[in-house]
Structure formats: structure tokens, C-alpha cells
Design a protein around this ligand. Structure first.
Ligand SMILES: Nc1ncnc2c1ncn2[C@@H]1O[C@H](COP(=O)(O)OP(=O)(O)OP(=O)(O)O)[C@@H](O)[C@H]1O
Ligand SMILES: [Mg+2]
Length: 343
């Protein structure tokens, strides 16, 4: 990645953020609670005590298996989901105020979702969809809004005359470009992209990723880029954070994390990427991570990964590891830096 637009200034700070989802309490649940099954144990611990920072102009990639808490973390950074604990600051200011998303946060942070069709109103002309937010927030007058929309359509590689058309008249890749134009028209400082290319076919994915990279450079955007696809994340990110069951287990520069993983989960995740390797004289395509992701309602004590970790020892079963320097990055493993991985 280019060094040009990155700054050493910390811009986004996530401080000890957690989010629990407590299921609706039915009468049966109340009776179960009265009989000794505490309700608290049934809460989903989607994100647990996550702290991280992103520098101005930096792209932080966020990777992890399905259900690891990536979207929940992204939505809290955006201020559209209230944390159960902790704080998110952008340029020193909290994205939440009294449990609400202040007007400033709405323009400052924008989110792009996986499915552009679901995130665009099918009954609205795309020009109106793009102009709606900027007009409401006083970024452009109604009179100037068509020229404004055309400017952003051009910036994302679409025909500026397409403003009167409806979402169904576009392909999947074009619809994602519309969603990007709508987000950028709000002149955000921070973009949270949640699996923005996962629903597109491979050739279109590359075009949209390149669009992200070009816009990020031109507009000095700070980005959180969420994906379960390790290759995609490496392509776009300066730094990468690996999530497992609600916690960050490793964070560092993309080069360090991909070439010299320090956490057994990162190593297993990298080894699980489909590729042809020779093992015992047989060609195997990938090494799946052993075991299943435990339930986020009852994550294992100690290190959440210990049930699937080939290096786990007694300490891992009781003591949660903290993120600490290991190699050129940081890893939450009691034995980080001491383990020899075979690849
Ligand atoms: N609104 C909600 N109510 C209850 N549980 C939720 C809610 N949103 C998320 N969860 C749970 O929180 C956990 C983390 O979900 P999240 O969507 O953040 O994961 P993810 O890493 O984004 O997964 P994916 O890769 O599938 O998108 C999951 O167990 C999920 O079922
Ligand atoms: Mg998700």
C-alpha cells in the first residue's frame, strides 16, 4: 500500500467495546430463570472488550469466521448500534451521545453493506437516493443536487445521466457503485465497508476493490474493511485485525500478519485458504480448522480458541490471553512468539 495518504495521527479509537445481544425473555424463560437457569448466560457475546485504533487515511482490514462479531463491531464504529460497554471516538469525539447517534456522526461515518440491492430503496430513483442525505444535512441545496449527484456518479464510474433510473435497471456491480456514491456524497471521513464485494462475481469484485483503493487515495478516507476473504483483505489493507468469537486475537501490518502469523488461529485461518499442497503424497486442497466455532452464548473460558488449538496448554483453559507484542504485530496468545508453525 502507498504511504502517501497515511498519517501517524490516530483518528478512530475503539476503547474496550463490548456488545451482548440478550434474547427476548418469554414466560418460559422467566420460569427457567426462577428454577435456576440464569438469563444472563443466554446472551450472545458478539463483541468482547475490543480496543483498537485506526490512523487517518489508513485501511484496517477485519477478518474472522462467520459469527465472530465483525459486523457488530463495524456497526458500533458507525454509531448505528449501541455498545453494551466501551466507547468509539472519531477524531476525539464519541460517535454516540446519550445512546443516540449525533447528527455529526451521521455524516462523518458511512457504512457500505454486502447486498447493494437490499440497501437501496427499489422505489426511489438512484439520483434521489444519492441526494437525500446530502440535502437533509445541508451539504447541497435542492437546486444544485442534480449536478452534485452527477458528480458522484461520475466519480464511481457510472453514467451521470443515469440519475433518473431505478436500482433494478443496474447490474450488481453497478448497484454497489451507486451505494458507494451515496455513501461518499455524505463527505464522510470514515467508511465502514462490510463485505462490500462478497455478493459480486470475481471479475466485478476486482473492479470494485480497485475503485475503493482509488477513492480512498483521492479522498483521504479512513476505512474499516470487513471481509471473511483473506486475499481481498490483504489486497486493500494497511493493517489487519483477526477476530475470533468476539475478540481481536491478532493485529498488525498486513505483511506481518500474513507472512509471520503469531496466533495459532491466524495460522490456521491462513492454512485453511484453498490451495493445492502435497501432503503424504496426496494433493489436498486446504487444511480446515479443526472443530467447530463454539457458541457465542457460551464461549469457552480462558482463551476462546483453546478447544481448537493444537498448542493449547492448561493455562489456556483458564486465563484469557491479552493482546501483547509478538513479532512485528500484537497477538492474544500466551505462547505467541514461541510457537513453531508448519505451513
Ligand atoms: N441483532 C442481533 N440479535 C441477536 N444476536 C445477534 C444480532 N446481531 C448479531 N448477533 C449475533 O452476534 C454474533 C456476531 O454476529 P456478527 O453478525 O457480528 O458476525 P460476523 O462476523 O459479521 O458474521 P458474518 O461473517 O456471518 O457476517 C453472532 O452469533 C450473531 O448471531
Ligand atoms: Mg457480518
Amino acid at each position: 500500500m502507498s504511504e502517501v495518504s497515511r498519517s501517524s495521527e490516530v483518528f478512530v479509537t475503539v476503547e474496550g467495546i463490548s456488545r451482548r445481544f440478550v434474547p427476548h425473555v418469554s414466560l418460559g424463560d422467566r420460569i427457567a430463570a426462577a428454577l435456576g437457569s440464569p438469563l444472563e448466560q443466554r446472551a450472545v457475546r458478539a463483541v468482547e472488550d475490543v480496543s483498537l485504533s485506526v490512523r487517518r487515511g489508513e485501511v484496517l482490514g477485519l477478518v474472522g469466521e462467520s459469527g465472530s462479531g465483525k459486523s457488530t463491531l463495524g456497526r458500533m464504529i458507525c454509531g448505528i448500534l449501541v455498545p453494551s460497554a466501551g466507547l468509539v471516538r472519531i477524531d476525539g469525539e464519541s460517535v454516540m451521545s446519550g445512546g443516540r447517534r449525533p447528527r455529526k456522526t451521521t455524516t462523518r461515518v458511512q457504512m457500505i453493506f454486502q447486498d447493494p440491492y437490499a440497501s437501496l430503496d427499489p422505489r426511489m430513483r438512484i439520483g434521489d437516493t444519492i441526494a437525500e442525505g446530502p440535502i437533509a444535512h445541508g451539504l447541497v441545496s435542492k437546486a444544485d443536487s442534480l449536478a452534485y449527484v452527477q458528480h458522484w456518479l461520475r466519480r464511481v464510474g457510472l453514467d451521470p445521466d443515469a440519475a433518473p433510473r431505478y436500482p433494478h435497471q443496474f447490474s450488481g456491480g453497478q448497484r454497489q457503485r451507486i451505494a458507494i456514491a451515496r455513501a461518499l456524497a455524505m463527505k464522510p471521513d470514515v467508511l465502514v465497508c462490510d463485505e462490500p464485494v462478497a455478493s459480486l462475481d470475481v471479475s466485478i469484485q476486482a473492479q470494485i476493490l480497485n475503485l475503493f483503493l482509488a477513492l480512498r487515495q483521492e479522498l483521504s478516507l479512513t476505512m474499516l474493511f470487513i471481509s471473511h476473504h483473506l486475499g481481498v483483505v490483504r489486497h486493500v489493507s494497511d493493517r489487519v485485525a483477526i477476530m475470533y468469537l468476539g475478540r481481536i486475537v491478532e493485529i498488525g501490518t498486513a505483511d506481518a500478519v500474513y507472512t509471520d502469523p503469531q496466533h495459532p488461529y491466524t495460522q490456521a485461518l491462513l492454512a485453511s485458504v484453498p490451495q493445492l499442497v502435497l501432503e503424504d503424497d496426496k494433493m489436498v486442497s486446504f487444511k480446515p480448522i479443526p472443530g467447530e466455532l463454539p457458541s457465542p452464548m457460551a464461549p469457552p473460558p480462558g482463551c476462546h480458541f483453546h478447544l481448537r488449538c493444537t498448542f493449547a496448554q492448561a493455562r489456556c483453559r483458564v486465563e484469557p490471553p491479552v493482546l501483547r507484542p509478538a513479532g512485528a504485530q500484537a497477538a492474544a496468545c500466551h505462547f505467541a512468539g514461541e510457537l513453531q508453525f508448519t505451513r
